[in-house]
Ligand binder design. Sequence first.
Ligand code: ZN
Length: 153
Amino acid sequence: MLKKGLLASTLILSGALAAAADCSFDLKGTDAMTYTDAAGKTVSEIAVPAACSEFLINLEHTGKMPKTAMGHNVVIAKAADVKAISSAGVKAGVKNDYLQAGDPKVLVASKMVGGGEKTSVKVPVAKIKAGGYDFFCSFPGHEIKMRGTLIVK
Ligand code: ZN
C-alpha cells in the first residue's frame, strides 16, 4: 500500500512538472520501421528539458503489424552501447522482447508493442544530463532506422 501511495505522489509531482516544462514526448512507431512525431515527421532527436526530473516517452505503434513481425519499443542507453545491446537482444529472442534480461547497459526500456498498442518509458533526467544517450528500438534490425539522440536542454 505504501508503495502505491508513493507512486501516486510521484505521478502527481510529474503532472505538476509537466505543466511547467513539457516533461513528455509522444513518439509513434510505424509499420515502415520508423519513429515519427504526431505530425508524421521522422524523429532523430528528442529534447529533454533539464528542469524535468523525469521525462516520459510515450510510444504508440500506429501501424497494423503484430509485435512478432514489426515490434517496437524504446530503449535508453549510452550511444556506444547500442550495438552490443542489440546483439544481446537478438540472442534473447522474442520471448524476452529482444532485450537481454538485466542487461546493465540498458538504462531504461519500455515493453515491446505491436500495431495499435501503446507503452511508455520514464527517463531519469539526472542520469542522462552528462549526454551521450540514445533511444532506439531493440527489435532485430530496427536500430538502423529507429534510433535517435536524447538532448538535455
Ligand atoms: Zn521496432
